[in-house]
Design a protein. Structure first.
Length: 213
C-alpha cells in the first residue's frame, strides 16, 4: 500500500495536468442564489446536471423562497421535479431543508459546514457544492465520478464518501480541494467513464495504477 507522500505527489501531478483541460465553472448547475443552488444540488442526486437545469428553469420561476416551497402541496412539488428521478424523496428533502432554513436561519443559507449539516436532507456532498461555489469555502465534493476516479487513480482505497473526502484532503493543499473535485467530475464524465474508460484519450493515463487494464 502506498504512503500518503507518494499518493500526494500523484494527486498534485494529476491536478496540474488536468487543470488546464477543463472549464473553470464552479458547477454546471444553474442558479442565481445560494438557495437555488442548494435546491439544485439536492435534485442532482442520481440525475444529470443538464436534466436538473431543465427542471429548475421553470421551478425557480414558480418557487422563489423557502417559504414558497413550504406552502406548496407535496404532491404538486413532486410533479414539478418528477423528471429528476427519486422525486418523492427529493420533495421531502427540499421541504425539510426549507423548513430548517426558516426555523434555524431566517430563510438564509448558512456559510459553514457545521450549520449546513443541521438542515434536513443536506449531507456533506450537497453542503460542499454550495459552500465552495457560493462562499468560497474549500471542500471536496464526492459524487459518483469522484468516488470512482479516486479509487482508480489510487488516491483512496475506500468507497465511503466521507472517507474519500478526508483521503483527498490529506493529499492536496486546501486551495486545490474544490478545483480537484471539479476536475475529477469533468474527467469522469468525458474520459474516465464507469464502464468504458477512454484510456487512449486520458491525459493522466501514465499516472493511473489501473493503466494495465
Amino acid at each position: 500500500m502506498e504512503n500518503v507522500r507518494v499518493k500526494g505527489k500523484r494527486a498534485n501531478r494529476i491536478f496540474e495536468i488536468l487543470d488546464p483541460l477543463y472549464t473553470y465553472e464552479k458547477t454546471a448547475l444553474r442558479y442565481e442564489s445560494a438557495f437555488q443552488l442548494l435546491v439544485a444540488a439536492i435534485l442532482s442526486a442520481q440525475c444529470t446536471d443538464k436534466r436538473v437545469n431543465e427542471v429548475t428553469a421553470s421551478l425557480f420561476r414558480k418557487y422563489k423562497t423557502p417559504q414558497d416551497f413550504l406552502r406548496a402541496p407535496i404532491s404538486e412539488l413532486e410533479e414539478d421535479i418528477k423528471p429528476t428521478g427519486f422525486f418523492r424523496n427529493k420533495a421531502k428533502s427540499i421541504k425539510g431543508c426549507s423548513q430548517g432554513l426558516v426555523d434555524l436561519y431566517g430563510g438564509e443559507v448558512p456559510s459553514t459546514m457545521e450549520d449546513m449539516l443541521k438542515l434536513p436532507g443536506v449531507g456533506r456532498k450537497t453542503a460542499n457544492v454550495v459552500l465552495g461555489a457560493v462562499f468560497g469555502v474549500p471542500g471536496i465534493v464526492v459524487d459518483t465520478h469522484v468516488r470512482r476516479l479516486a479509487f482508480r487513480l489510487g488516491l483512496s482505497e475506500s468507497q465511503d464518501p466521507g472517507r474519500i473526502e478526508k483521503d483527498l484532503e490529506s493529499l492536496l493543499p486546501r486551495e486545490r480541494w474544490r478545483r480537484f473535485s471539479d476536475i475529477l467530475i469533468y474527467h469522469g464524465r468525458e474520459v474516465c467513464k464507469a464502464r468504458r474508460p477512454a484510456h487512449a484519450r486520458c491525459a493522466v493515463f501514465k499516472l493511473c495504477p489501473s493503466n494495465d487494464i
